[in-house]
Design a protein around this ligand. Structure first.
Ligand code: ATP
Ligand code: MG
Length: 247
């Protein structure tokens, strides 16, 4: 079996008015968001949000500051508990996951944030290799896999540089490379271009498109209109915790 390829096919029945069929869930990075509500105190930050993302799709989530984009992403990655509704990603019932099951789920998705969260004392190569090493993969495999990912993200020449020696755009590419190293079926990025200049933001959009072309589902939260225009994919707009458009 090739790395990252999963042959298991899972049949499950989901009890929900939206998903009342017996569906065959391949490991493709599909997301089902079913009437998700999240409150902070009395304030509904997500108000019965429902949408599906097909495996291999590229979806932009947009909306003004405070619309609920980060809260939604935190809910999808299992970092924020929801008050009502269901979230499924492939065969994971995300809102029910705890402990080691939550960790296993997190390893199946690639996550990228606005602030790159790189390890300052490690080189580009070491930053990307780190989670594979922690997972106990053999050295030659790590070498091969990281080299492959650095090539894909255009970072080969910077493999021995430290984060302080590279630009913001390059740092974000390292963060993407790191997110891809476990070959996730789903890559989730929350405002990844937030700290980048327009040119680097568009270059990042191109990189995400390239990753999507290889079959990875992408969920991108951004309020950068130029990025949304460059990507030219489905756009879900949130306003005050509700979906106001999906096209
Ligand atoms: N931990 C928290 N406690 C209380 N309120 C919160 C918390 N996190 C977020 N909020 C509130 O929830 C709302 C949605 O926040 P969220 O961060 O999801 O917005 P966003 O769409 O990501 O905005 P931005 O574009 O600025 O990143 C905001 O009103 C915010 O103040
Ligand atoms: Mg946000």
């Amino acid at each position: 079996m090739k790395f990252g390829q999963v042959s298991k096919r899972i049949h499950r029945k989901i009890h929900s008015p939206l998903l009342h069929y017996n569906f065959i869930c391949y490991n493709t990075g599909m997301i089902f968001i079913d009437r998700v509500t999240k409150k902070f105190g009395n304030k509904k930050v997500l108000d019965s949000v429902s949408f599906n993302v097909e495996g291999g799709e590229f979806v932009c989530i947009t909306g003004h500051s405070g619309a609920g984009k980060t809260t939604l992403i935190h809910a999808i990655i299992g970092a924020e508990k929801i008050n009502a509704g269901n979230i499924f990603m492939d065969d994971f019932e995300v809102n029910k996951l705890k402990g080691e099951h939550l960790q296993a789920y997190r390893r199946k998705i690639g996550i990228v944030f606005q602030d790159y969260k790189l390890l300052a004392q490690k080189t580009v190569f070491e930053n990307v290799a780190f989670s594979l090493e922690v997972s106990g993969y053999p050295k030659d495999f790590v070498q091969k896999r990281v080299t492959e990912i650095l090539k894909l993200t255009g970072l080969e020449e910077l493999r021995n540089s430290f984060p302080r020696e590279i630009s913001g755009g390059e740092k974000q590419r390292v963060a993407i490379a790191r997110a891809l190293v476990h070959a996730p079926q789903l890559l989730i990025a929350d405002e990844p271009t937030g700290n980048l200049d327009p040119e680097n933001a568009l270059a990042l959009a191109e990189l995400l498109l390239k990753i999507n072309k290889s079959g990875t589902t992408i969920l991108l939260s951004t309020h950068n209109k130029d990025v949304v225009a460059r990507v030219k994919k489905r756009v879900i707009t949130l306003k005050e915790g509700k979906i106001i458009s999906d096209k």
